[in-house]
Design a binder for this molecule. Structure first.
Ligand code: SF4
Length: 236
């Protein structure tokens, strides 16, 4: 993959940090996120893309199935180099069945464009795969419960296993907590490259948060640059 040369847009003006050199070896994933049930993991392990989509669409493993309009599976390249993982579908995502739509989705698109990336049709080095930690919307956008995160975890684990991304960008507190099994404040987990079953993982703010706290966009730009550095490192 060509070296990425992100150009900081005005909204993300900041300095790109020195290149990180995370471990970027072969992906050897277990179907776990943060202690999901063994039963759910074993049922999802081994599913291919069509079977996984079907399993998510028909899932009733937690109570969120009762209030959803649509499950939100994810979009993007099935072998994307960068996988973006958000939190849970909101009202518009639930209505449309697609992750990161509306104002937060537009901000995510601008953030990705600053790195030369897109959710639209492109080669796997440029087209990302975008999904959420939870595939169904919590009513009134309440915080997801640990049980809901655990129930849905095998789906995300299987998506990561199928995509085999070179880097994961985890956006928002619940994505981070699910993937890293940490309840540390997001601010403490930023600025370092975590390892998720052999995949470098970078933590940043959710675009919806950045819309409310634009002062943190500079920090988010630093995080994107760190993810770009990891992609460069993985490309050798
Ligand atoms: Fe199934 Fe996940 Fe939806 Fe719960 S949130 S019903 S585990 S797809």
């Amino acid at each position: 993959m060509a070296s990425m040369t992100p150009v900081a847009p005005v909204a993300f003006a900041a300095t790109r940090p020195a290149a990180a050199r995370p471990a970027a070896g072969p992906v050897a994933l277990q179907a776990v996120i943060h202690a999901p049930s063994a039963g759910a993991s074993s049922q999802v392990q081994g599913l291919d893309w069509p079977a996984l989509r079907e399993a998510v669409a028909g899932c009733r493993a937690c109570g969120l199935c009762e209030s959803r309009q649509h499950t939100v599976f994810g979009v993007g390249h099935e072998h994307a180099h960068l996988m973006v993982v958000g939190e849970a579908p909101g009202e518009q995502e639930d209505a449309q069945g697609e992750p990161f739509v509306g104002a937060a989705g537009q901000l995510l698109d601008r953030m990705l464009a600053a790195l030369g990336l897109t959710r639209g049709e492109a080669a796997p080095a440029r087209q990302v795969f975008i999904t959420n930690t939870l595939k169904c919307r919590p009513p009134r956008n309440r915080n997801p419960s640990p049980a809901e995160l655990a129930a849905c975890g095998p789906f995300l684990a299987r998506q990561v296993a199928l995509v085999q991304p070179r880097v994961i960008l985890a956006m928002g507190r619940f994505a981070v907590q699910s993937l890293l099994g940490s309840d540390a404040p997001l601010g403490q987990l930023r600025g370092q490259v975590h390892d998720w079953h052999g995949v470098p993982l970078v933590v940043t703010y959710h675009p919806a948060y950045l819309l409310r706290q634009p002062a943190d966009k500079a920090r988010a730009w630093d995080d994107l640059c760190l993810a770009a550095s990891c992609l460069d490192a993985a490309a050798g």
